[in-house]
Write a new protein. Structure first.
Ligand SMILES: *Cc1c(COP(=O)(O)O)cnc(C)c1O
Length: 424
C-alpha cells in the first residue's frame, strides 16, 4: 500500500488537459495578478467557468482492480478528502504559485499549519529558535506542547541579527519568525536569517500572514517554508478558518504526510473561499496598506499616542528593511500597534480601554486581516494567557492597542479612533 502517491494530481478524475487555462499553472511566466485569478484551476468536463466546491469525503473507483491500484501505488488519484480534494488542491496550487513555491499544503487553520511544521521538522532533542514577537497561540504551542515532547524552545529579539546568530545551538533545527510580527509589526531580516540558516543546516520558517504574497515572498528571500493563517488576508472577509505551508516538494511531502495522518486537513468549502479570496488579494492589500499609511500618520501626530509600531513610518527602525523586503510600493501591511499615554485619571491600560470603548464603528475583536477594521488590547486578550515575563518579552505593554486597518473610508476609521484619543 503506497498512499504517499495520492498527492500526485496528475490523474485527478475527469481532467481534460485540452481545456484552455488548465495549463496555467506553477512555473509559467505570468504576472502575479494573472496567477491570482487563474492558477491552479482544473476544469471538469462540465465546463464550469468558476471553480466548483467538491463537497465529497471520498471517491469511487471504476472497479475493484482500479481501487487496488489506487492503494498499491500503481495509480494515483483521490482516495479520501483527508488526503486530497480537488477544491483544496486548487487553493494549494494557486497559493504555491503566488508564493513562488513548488507546492503548498493546506491545513484546517493557521495553528494547524504551525503544528504541522513542528511535527514535520522537529523531534525530541531538537532546538526551535523563535522570534520573541509571535502570534500568542504560536508561543503557547511552542512552550506548552513542543516542550512536552522534548523540543527545546528559546526566543530572540526578532530585529537583532547578532542575537539570532548567538542563539544558534548545535541542535537548532528550525528558526521561526513572523515578518511583520504580531502585535508590534516588527520586521525580521529574512535574507540575513536565510544565510544564518544555510550556514548551520537549519530550516527557516516564516509566517507570512501579515504581509501575504502580495507584499512579500519569503521563499524568494531565502526562507525554506512559508506559513499562512489563511483565516486572515487570504480570505480577507473573516468568514472561515484555514492555513497553509508552502515550500519545496520535498519539505511539503513531509508536511502533507503529517496533515493526512493527523487529520489537520482543510475543508473543501473553506478552500473554495480562499481560492476566490486570492483573486482579489493584491487589490485588497493595496487598499489596506494605503489606509494603514494614513492611519499611522494620524496616530503618530496625536499628542496622546506615545509610540506607533508600524514600519511604514519613515523614522521606524525597520523602515528601510521593510521597504527592501516588500515588493509592493508603499506596502507595509495594515496591522499596527500603538501605545497610548496615561492621563490624570487613567493609567495606560485604562487609557487603552477608553480608546477601544469609544469607537462606534471599528470592531472590538481579536481577529485581524479583515475588510472591517478591528481593534484589540493584546495584554488582556490575545496575549493574556502568557506569563507576565513572556508578555514583556513580546513587548506587549498595558497601553498597547493593536489595530488591523480595514477597507472602510479612511476618514471614518480616523474619526472613530480620534473619539477616544481626543477625550483621554
Ligand atoms: C491568526 C494567526 C495565526 C493562527 O491562525 P489561525 O487560523 O487562527 O489558526 C498564526 N499566525 C499569525 C501571524 C496569525 O495572525
Amino acid at each position: 500500500m503506497n498512499q504517499s502517491q495520492n498527492h500526485d494530481e496528475s490523474s485527478l478524475n475527469k481532467l481534460d488537459p485540452n481545456w484552455r487555462n488548465d495549463a496555467l499553472d506553477l512555473g509559467l511566466d505570468y504576472g502575479m495578478q494573472t496567477i491570482a485569478v487563474r492558477a491552479g484551476q482544473h476544469r471538469t468536463d462540465e465546463g464550469e467557468h468558476s471553480e466548483p466546491i467538491f463537497t465529497t469525503s471520498s471517491y469511487v473507483y471504476r472497479s475493484a482492480a482500479d481501487a487496488a491500484a489506487h492503494f498499491d501505488g500503481t495509480k494515483t488519484g483521490n482516495v479520501y478528502s483527508r488526503h486530497t480534494n480537488p477544491s483544496v488542491r486548487t487553493f494549494e496550487r494557486r497559493l504555491a504559485a503566488l508564493e513562488n513555491g513548488e507546492r503548498a499544503v493546506a491545513t484546517a487553520s493557521g495553528m494547524g499549519a504551525i503544528l504541522t511544521m513542528c511535527l514535520a521538522y522537529l523531534k525530541a532533542g531538537d532546538h526551535l529558535l523563535a522570534a520573541n514577537q509571535l502570534f500568542g497561540s504560536s508561543i503557547g504551542l511552542f512552550n506548552n506542547y513542543m516542550a512536552k515532547f522534548g523540543v527545546e524552545v528559546s526566543y530572540v529579539d526578532c530585529f537583532d541579527n547578532e542575537a539570532w546568530a548567538n542563539a544558534v545551538q548545535p541542535n537548532t533545527k528550525v528558526i521561526y519568525c513572523e515578518s511583520p510580527s504580531n502585535p508590534l509589526a516588527q520586521i525580521c531580516d529574512i535574507g540575513y536569517l536565510s544565510q544564518l540558516c544555510k550556514a548551520n543546516d537549519i530550516l527557516l520558517v516564516v509566517d507570512n500572514c501579515f504581509a501575504t504574497p502580495a507584499l512579500q515572498r519569503p521563499l524568494d528571500l531565502g526562507a525554506d517554508v512559508v506559513i499562512h493563517s489563511a483565516t486572515k488576508y487570504l480570505d480577507g472577509q473573516g468568514r472561515v478558518l484555514g492555513g497553509a505551508l508552502v515550500g519545496s516538494d520535498e519539505l511539503m511531502q513531509e508536511a502533507f504526510t503529517v496533515v493526512r495522518s493527523g487529520g489537520i486537513s482543510m475543508s473543501p468549502f473553506n478552500a473554495w473561499v480562499f481560492t476566490k479570496g486570492l483573486e482579489t488579494l493584491k487589490l485588497r492589500m493595496q487598499a489596506h496598506c494605503q489606509n494603514a499609511n494614513q492611519v499611522a500618520e494620524f496616530l503618530v501626530n496625536h499628542p496622546n499616542v506615545s509610540t506607533v509600531h508600524f514600519s511604514g513610518l519613515s523614522d521606524h527602525s525597520a523602515h528601510e528593511l521593510a521597504t527592501r523586503q516588500h515588493h509592493m510600493k508603499n506596502g507595509y501591511g495594515a496591522i499596527m500597534g500603538f501605545e497610548v499615554k496615561a492621563s490624570d485619571s487613567r493609567d495606560t491600560k485604562e487609557a487603552a480601554w477608553h480608546v477601544i470603548d469609544s469607537t462606534q464603528m471599528v470592531s472590538i475583536t481579536n481577529n485581524l486581516g479583515d475588510a472591517k477594521t478591528t481593534i484589540t488590547h493584546p495584554a488582556t486578550t490575545t496575549h493574556f494567557r502568557l506569563t507576565a515575563e513572556a508578555r514583556a518579552e513580546a513587548g506587549v505593554k498595558d497601553g498597547l492597542i493593536r489595530l488591523s486597518v480595514g477597507l472602510e473610508d479612511v476618514e471614518d476609521i480616523i474619526k472613530d479612533l480620534a473619539r477616544g484619543l481626543d477625550s483621554l
